[in-house]
Design a protein around this ligand. Sequence first.
Ligand code: ZN
Length: 229
Amino acid sequence: MHVVRLFAVSLTLSAVALASNGPLPLSASTDTRNAIEKADAAFVDGDRQLALALYKGSLFPTELKLAVDQESLDNDDQYRAVYYALQIWDKELNGDLPIELVDRVEDADVVVRFVDSIPERGPDALGLIQLEKSYRWSKSMHTVKCKGSISIVRSAVGGRLTFSEMRDVVMHEIGHLLGLGDIEKTGVLMGPLERGKPLSRPTVAEVEDVKSLRQTLRSKIRLAETPAP
Ligand SMILES: [Zn+2]
């Protein structure tokens, strides 16, 4: 058995270019790209169980359980913001959001916490997602485990985050979980948040990119599950 641990926010994997594959959406994060390239290379090398583990580590075919740390809440809007962020993504993806909201932190794979600051990311940070993916594989089987947290600041320069701002920050972090990277342009979910300018939802292009990424991952999984001739 081999075990590899990866942090989604600070992922380092050697990229292996494969000319034979269709392009991934441009907005796919470097982490996602690297994981898929490594999986493609494993598939070509005949290491199908590793390829499957890596594809599934980006698709989450088994829903991740997400809970909000109730002890981190200091107003009613915070839980609601998380709830609506998940609802909106789920609706945009026609029910294909791989996340189930659960009550207890102990039962969760991903815990959302409201915090005073995110020192790792400096004074301007509004949110952070950290995911640890553990892959195990042998010649005949594979497993993927994913554990992590989403931190959302209670207030930033300009005062406390409003309900809409918190919802947008949670949606942004979920965008990372779904494989999108940060972009520099404002006015879109994966760009920097402008205070007082709520977005309410991902853009059509962002939703299409997530759908296309998930479709690509599903075809790659199907192919890797098909017995070799
Ligand atoms: Zn981001």
